[in-house]
Design a binder for this molecule. Sequence first.
Ligand code: FMN
Length: 222
Amino acid sequence: MKILVIHGSPRAIRSTTRRLAGFVLEGAADAGAETEMIDLADYRITPCTACEACTLNGICVNDDDLPALVALMNAADALVFDSPVYIDNVTGQMKVFFDRLADAIHYQQFSGKYGCAVATTAESGGDGVVAYLNHVLNYLGVVSVGGISTATGGRSEAVEELEPAARALGKKLADAVRDGYSDPAQEAIIAENRAYFRTIVEENRDLRTEEYERWVRMGWIR
Ligand SMILES: Cc1cc2nc3c(=O)[nH]c(=O)nc-3n(C[C@H](O)[C@H](O)[C@H](O)COP(=O)(O)O)c2cc1C
């Protein structure tokens, strides 16, 4: 069982959010998961220009590090998205990464995985960013087991205070991978999204035959 954290702060090892996500990973590791954290800032990810070339064959015109990251995501059973709050939202690095996942979202390439979300902030916006990160996980077809955030108010100990809750979230994620986890509300959202994306998959049947056939095999197209 492999759990991958995609860390969205450019502050790398000095990052508060990284420390909080680290506790989530420790909880998952104690529950038997193999864990990995990657820093988005280490990856060269070019912003989407809406050229729509990826709709032809799933391959972006930009020759950058996104495919390597997608391969890591594919190899993981669970995905953790973490980001500090930047002007009431995720970091620019995280948003550029999300925009480049549009094709993976349309074809629901990460369906069946589990996930969770982590955020930190100075004062406000943490719950909103956790909700947004979980919303993106659902877009990807991933069921989230929850999220955690803290407003530090500049107190570094604020993160340590959340260690037990963060570890419990990591354990819950590992348990979900091992035993399964159901959330009917999220499953309904994912099913609704899939009904919408089905029209794209059907329209592009001749261009993306492998994806179309995968959707038929999954029972998503009858
Ligand atoms: C560009 C930028 C924008 C920020 N915007 C907000 C904000 O809107 N609200 C807030 O309370 N804190 C804001 N912060 C503070 C960070 O969210 C906070 O320090 C966070 O814990 C940093 O996490 P990190 O160490 O993982 O990067 C901002 C910080 C930066 C650098």
